[in-house]
Design a protein around this ligand. Structure first.
Ligand code: CA
Length: 233
């Protein structure tokens, strides 16, 4: 049972949706415009939003973007067009799933169930407290890091950088992503990152020429991984 916001201007489709959802024991509120939808999500907590892309006031992609600006509630977009590139774009823009009209009750329930399960899984997984990569231990709550049992003396930024990379060991993280996730900037020069990387590297007791944990892939990005011979992750 979930609380669902239906955003649909077609009275016929809207009544049918409300009936199906209510029959499945969900609680439903419904509106017919994007602006009303924004007002609703600002004032009520929903488990999922079903968003018609053909609304009278705002273009569907625009409506989705504005919703995403204020909430991360799962959104299922309902479109009349079976247009793959459009769908991919909407999923990239923050939609969680989509339905192509006309859709069956079974289809609706399957998509709704999948989105709710995913959202539930996200909420249920507790955030990790400690990350371990080889001999490196990063305590996220105390914001402390140790290498082979030795405390590392890191600045705030060095810690953030190390924690971000240790959260995805072995993954090459593009510089652009480091800039937006660690520095919270959408632009900046590579030198800032290089300088912090070289400080961090020194504190880890390694050099760019002889990397152990921290690997720079020129022109691509940076990855952190356990040195060879470490126990598996
Ligand atoms: Ca419509």
């Amino acid at each position: 049972m979930a609380s669902v916001l239906v955003v649909e201007d077609d009275q016929f489709v809207r009544s049918a949706l409300i009936r199906h959802l209510t029959d499945a024991a969900h609680t439903v509120r419904s509106v017919g415009t994007a602006l009303e939808a924004l007002r609703e999500v600002a004032h009520h907590g929903f488990d999922v939003v079903i968003l018609d892309l053909g609304l009278p006031d705002l273009d569907g992609a625009e409506a989705l973007k504005m919703l995403r600006g204020i909430t991360d509630v799962p959104v299922i977009v309902a479109t009349a067009r079976d247009d793959e590139s459009e769908t991919v774009r909407l999923l990239n823009d923050g939609a969680d799933d989509y339905l192509v009209k006309p859709f069956s009750v079974e289809h609706l329930q399957a998509r709704l169930g999948a989105v709710l399960r995913r959202a539930h899984g996200r909420a249920a997984a507790p955030p990790p407290r400690e990350l371990r990569v080889g001999g490196l231990a990063v305590d996220l709550r105390r914001r402390r890091a140790q290498l082979d049992g030795r405390e590392l003396d890191l600045t705030r930024r060095e810690f953030d950088l190390l924690a971000f990379l240790a959260g995805q060991p072995g993954v090459v993280v593009p510089r652009r992503e480091l800039l937006s996730e660690v520095w919270r900037q959408s632009y900046g020069d590579d030198q800032t990152i290089d300088v912090h990387l070289s400080w961090l590297r020194r504190k880890l007791g390694e050099t760019a020429a002889n990397p152990r944990y921290l690997h720079t892939l020129r022109g691509v990005g940076v990855k952190l991984e356990p040195p060879p011979g470490s126990p598996p992750l």
